[in-house]
Design a protein around this ligand. Structure first.
Ligand SMILES: CC(C)(COP(=O)(O)OP(=O)(O)OC[C@H]1O[C@@H](n2cnc3c(N)ncnc32)[C@H](O)[C@@H]1OP(=O)(O)O)[C@@H](O)C(=O)NCCC(=O)NCCS
Length: 276
């Protein structure tokens, strides 16, 4: 193998070696077909390139110590293989989709399918004010999201406050997420925030949080604050990935459990902030 990676001959030799081994085990009737293109080659299927740019993948198929080689995103293999009979799988937003490559001519169409899978995962939501009629769907999301859920009367009591606002994320006329926040003079404080289980890792939470971030300004409410239970790793990851930082630990914050909370903050970061 040269320093730029394996050559066509390297892969060919390796594939045939594998086939000979497999044949010895009587597992295959036919020699495997294999696919190999160098990253820069104009023959790299368009879908593979689109897939690579979509996922931020560095499109460099590198043979690992073991077959099959992998296309990597950082150190995470995104999909594997290029030999018939091998399984290609792509991981995206916590889900995995797999294909068995039976015929090498299907390689390009398989990549198209993988690309479609990625593009379809992000769903488009409309954020609007919460209304009374949303309560059953909101309660369902609340109950499946938290060990110590709010009761319906907690929502009602909270939303009666003049400075308290409820919003829902709607997709295809279904409520897929909601948030409750308070308006203060200098900040927005999120009291409750959840996305329905089946809709997670599809960008809904990010769309909701971006809606709130869009309400910040340097003159007025310049930060977004919220508490996260120390054991709620999903939420900690989510808020961290949306630019929040933990600014303090609130000891024994909850009545219902002995957990601490992290107070997390996202500051206004628009261009005008430079002038503030
Ligand atoms: C936290 C929560 C709101 C996230 O909503 P979501 O719609 O799934 O979030 P998104 O799809 O916008 O995720 C954006 C990014 O956040 C991170 N993230 C979200 N959930 C994650 C998880 N479970 N593990 C690791 N990272 C996660 C990822 O980086 C994700 O991007 P990726 O999917 O491309 O990797 C949702 O998991 C939820 O409702 N949890 C239960 C209720 C809750 O804990 N609310 C917060 C109370 S403070």
């Amino acid at each position: 193998m040269n320093s730029r990676g394996p050559t066509h001959d390297d892969i060919s030799e390796y594939a045939n070696k594998l086939w000979r081994q497999a044949k010895d085990n009587c597992e295959r009737e036919m020699p495997p077909q294999f696919y190999w293109e160098e990253a820069q080659s104009s023959m790299v299927p368009q879908a593979a390139l689109a897939l690579a740019s979509e996922t931020g993948t560095i499109f460099v198929p590198t043979p690992d110590k073991e077959w099959p080689f992998s296309y990597k995103k950082g150190n995470t293999p995104i999909f594997f293989g290029a030999i018939t009979g091998s399984i290609f799988s792509i991981k995206h937003r916590g889900s995995t989709k797999s294909f068995e490559l039976c015929n090498i001519d299907d390689f390009d169409s398989m990549l198209h399918e993988l690309l479609k899978f990625i593009q379809n995962r992000e769903i488009c939501v409309h954020i609007r004010w919460m209304i009374r009629r949303d309560m059953p769907e909101v309660m369902q999301i609340e109950n499946e999201s938290f060990e110590f859920p709010w009761l319906e009367e907690d929502f009602v009591r909270c939303l009666r406050q003049r400075n308290c606002i409820g919003m829902v994320a709607e997709h295809d006329e279904l409520v897929v997420g909601f948030m409750i926040y308070e308006l203060h003079k200098d900040r927005l404080h999120v009291l409750n925030f959840a996305v329905g289980k089946q809709w997670r890792r599809r960008g809904v939470g990010t769309t909701m949080i971006n809606k709130l971030i869009g309400k910040l300004s340097c003159q007025r409410r310049s930060k977004l604050l919220l508490e996260v239970r120390e054991t709620n790793l999903d939420a900690l990851m989510f808020f961290k990935n949306n630019g929040f930082i933990a600014i303090s630990i609130l000891k024994d914050f909850y009545d219902d459990s002995p957990e601490d909370a992290y107070l997390m903050q996202r500051k206004y970061a628009g261009e005008a902030a430079v002038l503030c």
